[in-house]
Design a protein around this ligand. Structure first.
Ligand code: PEP
Length: 246
């Protein structure tokens, strides 16, 4: 269960979030919990998550280890904060910052080289879905991006299916629509990496997940977890999502 805070919260607000969130998820042993705050909050999040099962991730990285790349942050720098995960290829990065399947692949490899678990995002836009191109778009994103990994690298990633039309819009994909897309992604992964690897990879659903729809999404066997934006900013709401079985 991963939370993407996007560009919200200061370090002080991060610590305040964890004060409330920590006790609420102390009994949650059924899943991994990852919070992905903005870069300046990583240290505060790692400190607040110490001696808990909560993991911390970044929302982006640059593929070089270091160098003259003003404004960028590398995998080793993120790992040095104590963070363990990084979101790659989020649709907001693809849409506003020019990320492509090719840059997603380079960033995924860089994250793995730095010892981070990449959460690699794919998903179609509304016009793709309306034109019946969802499957084609997902296949293209998979084959140009994730399929470029080798088997050992693939075994270490998490995939997130995030239909762009459902992100921050309040429009959740129905559990059936989400499961269908997950099945397409898994089929593509099976063709590239084989049944065992494709069966084991975790595919998260993201797009307006809330406390009142998480249970029905998680009831789909294809959906292994969720990537949550807006509803992860409030500790009580994200704890309800994490604690969905109870
Ligand atoms: C996201 O940012 O990855 C996301 C899914 O956002 P939201 O839950 O707000 O739709």
């Amino acid at each position: 269960m991963a939370g993407n805070w996007k560009m919200y919260k200061t370090p002080a607000e991060t610590s305040a979030f964890f004060e409330v969130f920590r006790p609420l998820v102390a009994g949650a042993a059924h899943c991994e919990i990852v919070i992905c705050p903005p870069f300046p909050d990583l240290a505060a999040a790692v400190e607040s998550a110490r001696e808990t099962r909560i993991l911390v991730g970044a929302q982006n990285l640059y593929w070089a280890k270091e160098g003259a790349f003003t404004g960028e942050v590398s995998g080793p720098m993120i790992r040095a904060t104590g963070a363990t995960h990084v979101i790659i290829g989020h649709s907001e990065r693809r849409q506003y910052f020019g990320e492509t399947d090719e840059s997603v692949l380079k960033k995924t490899v860089a994250a793995l080289d730095a010892g981070l678990t990449p959460i690699v995002c794919v998903g179609e836009r509304l016009e793709h879905r309306e034109a019946g191109q969802t499957e084609a778009v997902l296949c293209e994103q998979c084959s140009n991006g994730i399929a470029g990994l080798d088997a050992a690298q693939f075994a270490k990633i998490v995939i997130a299916y995030e239909p762009v039309w459902a992100i921050g819009t309040g429009k959740t994909a129905t559990p059936e629509i989400a499961a269908e897309a997950h099945a397409v992604i898994r089929r593509e992964m099976r063709a590239r990496f084989g049944s065992d690897a494709a069966g084991s990879v975790r595919i998260l659903y993201g797009g307006s997940v809330k406390p009142d729809n998480v249970k029905s999404l998680m009831a789909q066997s294809e959906i292994d977890g969720v990537l949550v934006g807006g509803a992860s900013l409030d500790p009580v709401s994200f704890a309800k999502i994490v604690n969905f079985p109870s």
